[in-house]
Design a binder for this molecule. Sequence first.
Ligand SMILES: *Cc1c(COP(=O)(O)O)cnc(C)c1O
Length: 460
Amino acid sequence: MAFKTIIEPFRIKMVEPLRITTPEERYRILDQAHHNLFLIKADDILIDLLTDSGTSAMSAAQWARMMEGDESYAGCHSFFDFEKVVKDLTGLKHIFPVHQGRAAERILFSLIGGKGKTIINNTHFDTTRANVEFSGAEALDLVVAQGLDPELDVPFKGNMDTDALEQAIRERGPENVPLVLLTITNNSGGGQPVSMANIRETRKICNRFGIPLFFDACRFAENAYFIQQGEAGFKDWPIPKIVREMFSNVDGATMSAKKDALVNIGGFLAVNSDELSDQIRNLEILTEGYPTYGGLAGRDLAAMAQGLQEVVDQSYLEYRIRSTQYLGNALIKSGIPVLKPIGGHAVYLNAKAMLPHIPVHQFPGQVLACALYLEGGIRSVEIGSLMFGKKDHRGAEVPAKLELVRLAIPRRVYTQSHIDYVIEVIQSVFQKRHDLRGLQICQEAPYLRHFTAHLKPIQE
Ligand SMILES: *Cc1c(COP(=O)(O)O)cnc(C)c1O
């Protein structure tokens, strides 16, 4: 098609009303939620960009498949349908459904992690890091240096620094590195993709030392689209072929189906090793359930099987990635500082650049996230010193490297006019940015404080 407008490749036949609040209501709601957007009821949000996890709209075909879900305890046909889809997509041998990504992580790292071990990743997602560290192992991030510069507009900023990888393996000894992971796309690094060349190079290094390589595969289809569009040699490859080629380089994968399987709950752990598979099966029965349902209903497996086929559709992915870019590019055009290039599932506002008058210990990212809510009822999430700030041994705050606000885009949920509204709200906040004032914490938990912390505006 020669038209420049990219449309949502679906129409809507079931709708949910959105509640529009007044600015006065939002002031009261934010105040009662102690300036923490996690503490606001979803009914009081107009456009919810908190996360793309588990927030997808399912298709008519997925709902239809759910009605046919087989709820037999053992050997349900929904499992075998699901298993076939995952095997066809990935080529991996043993497929274990789990209730979500972190369940796969817990099983995997309790088997291969432990004290004295190091797991290497481009960037560990927070639950991945937590599960690695809970096992006693070290979680080492070795993303390329470009991946840490929010302004640098180069492709494949999610790549592994392969020189650093080789050096880290030599330093620690290959016997102490039970696994290397590539997170595709690199969620914590801004939804940036990993190139096929980098996947292959990482594989080569792992082969040299006899170390297995896994994907954290949550956004494998979005990553494949970036390869098709941005890496030489893949322009004519259909997405399923690129996916298969990506997975041909790994020995296994963890997957949160709440992302690129277009479902609200689910996940899987897939491995080639027969020995590891036996261990996983035993552990899965202990905590998740029998391996043909893995803590899910048969209908959940059916919805995942259908979603995994829909997500590799070319027009879906074009709509998905281009609509994220639509938001990001409109903000760039208005002079609003965002992380570049625009990633697959989210746009990240650079709060440090936008609010230079608010020092990092006054949480400029959280200030901006609260301002977006007050201005237009939009929920985003701070990814900065509230989420990742630490205390040093004397109890003083050590700020995060970046102060970002993530606008995550749920899949197939919002239309272009919703996004146009989001753009307008952000532009309006941008114009008033000099009036925004810092926040201070009045109550916090010892870890993962951003979920529950109470904050208040600093009075001058
Ligand atoms: C969401 C996510 C996970 C964890 O999955 P859950 O389903 O939330 O448990 C792990 N890794 C990455 C990259 C993710 O985005």
